[in-house]
Design a protein around this ligand. Structure first.
Ligand code: SF4
Length: 715
């Protein structure tokens, strides 16, 4: 174990599942010389959850066994030492780079990594290999929101905080089933509404999810028409004298063009295009105008689209036009899916970003980062985003890939292309905690990683709050932290002195210093208060929201209160939005829209939550939800099997049992993302999506597939 912490009988850490980032109190005891985690509760004083946990967090200890863990490195299935494995990795990287250049190697990482792991991976690739081919499964989660924030605010900045959810007059949930995906935040919303009956909640979602139970009204819009709805709201604000003209004048640019682009979206036109009653549009828009404070809370339903960035900006435009931003209870609030999607964004874990929120396309930023790292090189252009990365591997252009803490064969669209890519890639390295998943079988080299309660570092939640995940248990077998594995390979590549970290605090401190480089105060991500943080201070770090500077030592709860944005002129930007249809359109042959999402009690590809019997009770297996009339028309009985197929699927159809949902829109269907071949059947939904993605963010369109449904016949 690397942790130098003493092991108390009580410790505080952070839940490893969703972007809420709940604090967790753990009690431990020594048994036969080993530390055993004996019980767990929510941390009463953690500002994300104030003692609450959802069912996933509550059952964390049941998922934490060593059963099924990957314990030793292996080369081609044969046990190897770390020295042998990392030598083989480094030698292959050197030979590929020598023959084909740095862009022929890639890392594909994960929002499960801690910020310190992410930082070291990014530093190796961008500053020492000289390629920006490091992308993350967070590309599938919130990269469209990053793009929207950067366009509007000049930097990837979440304006709001969780307290704002309790201080608002109007809460709009759009593209979010928070009741299942961010349950503790949903509990806070429920409590806020109970305490303040005047608070209104509107849920905008093609499905009536559990979150809609909190709604004063639910807008079941046609899938993919979100930007139409918010363009219409912008026009309505302008036509009803509800513009905050002083704010627009003093703090924004681009209003006229944005309004012009939205001018055609009258209430009746919006009702027509979104396929909802006109009175619902009017009621929603009137509520927005009549509410002094409003939060638009958005997530994958907005982001996983071929126009996710535009949808985010259509939302932000409405907040800028009405001045509902930079104030308590107001703002456009993107919520991340993964525990550390935000931390990855901070340290350049996306292929189009540099560390410390600096831009890869900006020569001055590149020079600063290279100088700070004392690096031999620096990537000069954005790297391959997830979908394109696997495409290029399949084309034979990328010959080495190191996958960490993610299972792209299941989670990526176009499964057949991902599998073909991994089959032909000259070297696939997989770092994981499990022995078995759908991706590991393609690995030439496997490396055992540490898991939750063994990892030691930081994560950042959806409200910019940095919290500690603490290393409490000795890693099993020969498992190592990801930052250690990367540093070992870096040393074998000849970069030992730049990767000679002894403790995650060393990495955290280095990143903090980079954010405050040359006292640059023109970027929001500023961690200068941690420039000299000691190991002891790091071990005792309390949850804190960035920026954290000498002037704001306790962090910053809300951004933009002073009307200053992080663009060149300090003003926020309106973006003119022309709504676009989803790319994967239905047809006579593929007439159903396939929507995907999470189940309440499962996490990603179930490598952890699948271990807890209690978590399988809510949904023991995957199902396909269909409107009763569609089910009848197809002649499929409830619980009988249906085959889903799509134009891009080159494998077997996906087979699922049917359940009814009378709240679904006709000709749409919904299935959960979690189950896969590792769970006993071929139900990888990614096979049905063709890899269509947002041209700006690269985020795949995973909420709008086009499929046909037929009764499954096994005779
Ligand atoms: Fe963990 Fe998210 Fe549940 Fe909190 S809401 S306990 S972070 S899964």
């Amino acid at each position: 174990p690397v942790s130098t912490e003493s092991v108390p009988s009580l410790a505080q850490t952070t839940c490893p599942y969703c972007g809420v980032g709940c604090g967790v109190d753990i009690t431990m005891q020594q048994e036969a010389g080993n530390t055993v985690l004996t019980s767990l509760t929510g941390t009463p004083e953690h500002p994300a959850n104030f003692g609450r946990l959802c069912v996933k967090g509550t059952n964390l200890l049941d998922t934490n066994s060593e059963n099924g863990r990957l314990l030793f490195p292996a080369i081609n299935g044969e046990r190897a030492s770390w020295d042998e494995a990392t030598t083989a990795i480094a030698e292959k990287m050197v030979s590929v780079i020598k023959t084909h250049g740095p862009d022929a190697v890639a890392l594909y990482v994960s929002g499960q990594l801690l910020t310190e792991d992410y930082y070291v991976a990014n530093k190796l690739m961008k500053g020492y290999v000289g390629s920006a081919n490091i992308d993350t499964n967070s590309r599938l989660c919130m990269s469209s929101a990053v793009g929207a924030y950067k366009r509007a605010f000049g930097e990837d900045i979440v304006p709001c905080n969780y307290d704002d959810l309790e201080q608002t007059d109007l809460l709009i949930l759009t593209g979010s089933n928070a009741a299942w995906t961010h349950p503790v935040l949903f509990q806070r919303m429920e409590r806020a509404k109970r305490r303040n009956p005047d608070m209104k909640v509107v849920v905008v979602d093609p499905r009536a999810t559990d979150s809609a139970t909190l709604a004063d009204f639910h807008i079941a819009l046609k899938p993919g028409t979100d930007a139409v709805l918010f363009n219409g709201l912008l026009t309505f604000i302008a036509e009803n004298d509800a513009l905050d003209n002083a704010f627009i004048q003093a703090s924004t640019n681009g209003f006229t063009d944005a309004l012009k682009a939205a001018a055609d979206y009258s209430v009746s036109e919006v009702a027509k295009q979104c396929d909802i009653p006109e009175h619902e549009v009017l009621a929603f828009y009137s509520l927005f105008l009549n509410s002094e404070r409003a939060i638009t809370f958005f997530s994958m339903g907005i982001n996983q689209s071929n126009s996710g960035v535009d949808k985010g900006n259509a939302i932000i435009n409405c907040h800028l036009a009405s001045g509902k931003i930079g104030k308590a209870g107001s703002g456009p609030f993107s919520i991340t899916g993964q525990p550390n999607a935000m931390g990855g964004r901070e340290v350049g874990g996306l292929a189009n970003m540099l560390a410390a929120h600096m831009d890869i396309e900006n020569a001055e930023h590149r020079e600063r980062v290279q100088r700070f790292w004392d690096a031999p090189t620096i990537a000069e252009k954005g790297g391959l985003k997830a979908v394109d990365l696997f495409k290029r591997i399949n084309e034979g252009k990328v010959k080495f890939v190191w996958i960490m803490a993610t299972n792209p064969v299941v989670s990526m669209p176009n499964r057949s292309e991902v599998e073909a890519a991994l089959s032909k890639c000259e070297m696939v390295v997989v770092s994981d905690i499990v022995q078995k998943n759908d991706t590991l079988k393609y690995a030439h080299i496997t490396l055992p990683a540490t898991g939750w309660s063994e990892k030691n570092g930081t994560v950042t939640n959806s409200e910019r709050r940095i919290s500690r995940q603490r290393g409490l248990l000795t890693p099993p077998g020969e498992a190592k932290h990801d930052w250690q594995a990367i540093s070992l390979v870096a040393a074998k590549l000849g970069f030992e002195s730049a990767f000679n970290y002894q403790h995650p605090a060393d990495i955290f401190r280095e990143h903090a210093q980079l954010t405050a480089f040359e006292n640059d105060r023109e970027r929001a991500l500023n961690l200068s208060a941690f420039n000299h943080i000691s190991v002891a201070e790091y071990d005792n770090l309390r949850p804190v929201q960035w920026p954290v500077t000498d002037a704001a030592k306790t962090g910053t709860a809300r951004m933009f209160e002073n009307g200053h944005y992080f663009t060149a002129d300090g003003k926020a930007r309106f973006i003119a939005i022309t709504p676009r249809l989803p790319e994967q359109q239905t047809s006579a042959e593929f007439p159903f829209v396939l929507n995907t999402g999470r189940s309440r009690d499962q996490w990603h590809t179930m490598t952890r939550t699948g271990k807890a019997a209690k978590l399988l009770k809510h949904a023991p297996h995957a199902t396909l939800a269909l409107h009763p009339k569609d089910r009848e028309a197809l002649g499929i009985e409830v619980n009988s099997l249906v085959a889903l197929d799509s134009a891009c699927n080159t494998g077997e159809p996906v087979i699922l049992p049917v359940v009814e949902d009378a709240q679904l829109r006709r000709k749409t269907c919904f299935a959960p993302i979690h189950w896969s071949a590792s769970w006993g059947s071929n139900i990888t939904l990614g096979a049905l999506f063709n890899g269509a993605h947002d041209p700006l963010s690269g985020q795949p369109e995973l909420k709008h597939g086009a499929v046909n449904l037929t009764p499954a016949n096994f005779e």
